[in-house]
Design a protein around this ligand. Structure first.
Ligand SMILES: Cc1ncc(COP(=O)(O)O)c(C=O)c1O
Length: 354
């Protein structure tokens, strides 16, 4: 607290990111990073930018990267916006497209940055309760709203909503923007990018932090009607004209162009997830059906916070959410390599049988 703060700062409740521990030799399964490195082509492109040209500003509209996104999805570059991590893309989206008189709607159990952006930008919102099995129920969103946003697959549950359900929502919600945050979609859900050409109110947000192993580079993008993209550019150019540096633009474009590396690493994560779920279930845990690179699991008799703490004593870091109370029994476990997941399962076995 300081008397020098703006009034808005006094009222903020900032997001708390997952821990990035400085300790060596951890099995780090707490922030949904990819256990495999970035595409070698991305690393090569990154190194190619390190030199004399760094004295020059980067391309403010990151044309090369937007073209790579357009080629990957079969859209036009005018339908693509890029930013410094999808968190920045989301922040601009909240300000540019989701601040209206009627309340913004999002699930009560979801990405915990959403209410933070609402606080920052003074956006009125209502949370919508997930169903009994932690699923998003479209019917509950069919009411007056100033916009709708949800992750698909949802975080931290990992549960995916079928594309047909998203289309049903779009059909009955033409007058406000619907944002689908597809941070984890490449690990097994259906992308709503296929619907962007037909629904001018749809914006789909992606990140390179998960399926393209580039969390450290900070790149995200949004795909939607050029009018929506225009709004994002207006906010971006009123905030920071150069959100992506030269290295980020080059490496991100190369990562997107390397489709076969992307497909191979996603397939490995999905295969490991399948065996991890089996192992966790064999230990008596309930695991929600996951289409993401993490699983959300609970034990009927053991507390999520206690299990998380016991794993930590064994140098295995997973994420626990205290709020809302309904998810307190769960642990969110990132799918790591086979070896990391085996270490997790062995540690849990020891904890549960002690
Ligand atoms: C649902 C969801 N959206 C967006 C993000 C932000 O990703 P980034 O800012 O790394 O692109 C995350 C990060 O964990 C997430 O879980």
């Amino acid at each position: 607290m300081s008397r020098y703060w703006s009034a808005v700062v006094h009222g903020l409740t900032p997001y708390v990111p997952g821990e990035q521990p400085k300790l060596p030799n951890l099995v780090k399964l707490n922030t949904n990073e990819n256990p495999y490195g970035p595409s070698p082509r991305a690393l090569e492109a990154l190194c190619g930018e390190v030199g004399e040209n760094l004295r020059l500003y980067p391309d403010p509209s990151a044309d090369r990267l937007r073209q790579a996104v357009a080629d990957f999805y079969g859209i036009t570059p005018q339908q693509a916006f890029v930013g410094n991590g999808s968190d920045e893309v989301l922040a601009h989206t909240f300000q540019a497209l989701l601040k209206h008189d009627a309340p913004l709607l999002f699930p009560d159990i979801s990405y915990s940055f959403y209410p933070v952006y609402c606080g920052l930008y003074g956006i009125d919102y209502q949370t919508v309760a997930l169903g009994e099995s932690f699923e998003i129920c479209i019917e509950d969103y069919l009411r007056p709203n100033g916009g709708i946003i949800f992750p698909n697959p949802n975080a931290p549950t990992g549960i995916a909503l079928p594309l047909a359900e998203i289309e049903r929502l779009l059909e009955s919600n033409m007058d406000s923007v619907v944002v689908v945050d597809e941070a984890y979609v490449d690990f097994g859900a259906e992308s709503a990018v296929a619907l962007v050409g037909r629904y001018p109110q749809l914006l789909v947000v992606h990140t390179l932090s998960k399926s393209r192993s580039l969390a450290g580079l900070r790149v995200g993008y949004a795909i939607g009607h050029p009018d929506l993209i225009d709004a994002l550019n207006r906010v971006k150019d009123s905030f920071n004209s150069y959100p992506l540096d030269r290295c980020a633009i080059a490496a991100a474009a190369a990562a997107i162009e390397d489709r076969s590396y992307f497909e191979a690493t996603c397939a490995k994560v999905i295969a490991t997830r399948t065996s991890l779920v089996k192992e966790l279930e064999a230990l008596g845990l309930e695991v929600l059906p996951s289409a993401a690179n993490f699983v959300f699991a609970r034990h009927a008799q053991r507390d999520g916070a206690e299990l998380t703490a016991k794993l930590r004593e064994r140098s295995i870091i997973v994420r626990h959410f205290r709020n809302p109370a309904r998810i307190a029994p769960f642990m969110r476990i990132t799918v790591g390599t086979d070896e990391q997941c085996e270490a997790l399962v062995a540690a849990l076995k020891e904890i549960l049988t002690a």
